[in-house]
Design a binder for this molecule. Structure first.
Ligand SMILES: [Zn+2]
Ligand SMILES: [Zn+2]
Length: 286
């Protein structure tokens, strides 16, 4: 929420092939990129959960600096209703000498982006102001089982290509089905749940997540405070992970009162073993 000596405000970068999807753009974001050695130009999309300052104070800086770099792409910005107006106001508030090309889309619920490899989905959360949780869902990938292909004698080439695209082929007078020589690897799923109280949509969005990144502002001793301010405790985040059958939970968005995040992490671990409190610059490969 408030930056501390050891913790920056929120920002999660999902790196997938040429995509750099930044969820949250807290204050100091461009410097975090510098420190981690990731070029700012890596960002292709920014997903805004809501317009409380701690999630967007880094936007003017990021967009202004991108204007001085050889960006060349059109930055895609997604956010809840009102995002266009907020951005217009931002551009009125500051002088931007050089602007990058960008596109803004206001999203509400469900799938809002897809290509051949992955899709992005959203659901509204409960935080007093309009707030969205986001999911990155990779498509399932069909692989050729080299052993099976060899056994059937199918050579490398267009026939295997067709089978990999889930089409049946005819080989030496016999029909070969994709399931005879290929197998499907489940696509990965990453979820970012920003500010909210525990709610059904958080569980729905996080269903079977490989990685669930979830706010946990407090520990259970301050559960009432969480409810009053529209936030979760570590335990509540753990319960979301549990109910959603997530594989791993990463806790973020801690109250500045916590010198270390140990208490919040332990709070979550009480109900969900595979929990870890995020630290700045942490990387997860899934
Ligand atoms: Zn926040
Ligand atoms: Zn908020």
């Amino acid at each position: 929420m408030v930056p501390t000596k050891d913790r920056n405000q929120s920002g999660v970068l999902i790196r997938y092939k040429n995509e750099g999807i930044l969820v949250d753009c807290g204050e100091g974001m461009q410097r975090q990129f510098k420190q981690k050695g990731i070029p700012l130009t890596r960002v292709t999309k920014i997903l805004i959960p809501h317009w409380h300052g701690d999630h967007v104070f880094g936007l003017p800086g990021v967009m202004s600096t991108l204007g001085t770099l050889e960006y060349g792409k059109t930055l895609e910005i997604y956010g809840p209703k009102g995002t266009k107006k907020h951005l217009e106001n931002m551009f009125k508030a500051f002088v931007f000498d050089r602007r990058i090309k960008f596109e803004v889309k206001e999203v509400k619920s469900g799938r809002f982006f897809e290509n051949k490899e992955f899709c992005l989905e959203t659901l509204p959360l409960e935080h007093g102001v309009i707030t969205l949780g986001y999911s990155f869902v990779e498509n399932d990938i069909r692989h050729v089982d080299a052993k099976k292909a060899k056994k059937l004698g199918i050579p490398n080439g267009p026939l295997l290509g067709k089978l990999q695209r889930n089409e049946s082929v005819s080989f030496e007078g016999k029909k070969v089905n994709p399931k005879d020589v290929t197998y499907v690897e489940k696509g990965k799923k990453i979820i970012v749940i920003a500010d909210t109280v525990p709610c059904r949509n958080a569980v729905k969005l996080a269903k079977d997540a490989d990685l669930l990144i979830c706010e946990s502002t407090y520990d259970s001793k301050l559960e009432e405070k969480g409810e009053a301010y529209g936030h979760m405790t570590g335990k509540q985040a753990g319960l979301v992970a549990n109910q959603a059958n997530a594989k791993k939970l990463v806790l973020t968005h801690f109250s500045a009162r916590y010198k270390t995040t140990h208490e919040v992490e332990e709070d979550a671990k009480g109900v969900f073993d595979n929990s870890i409190a995020a630290k700045d610059f942490m990387v997860f490969k899934i």
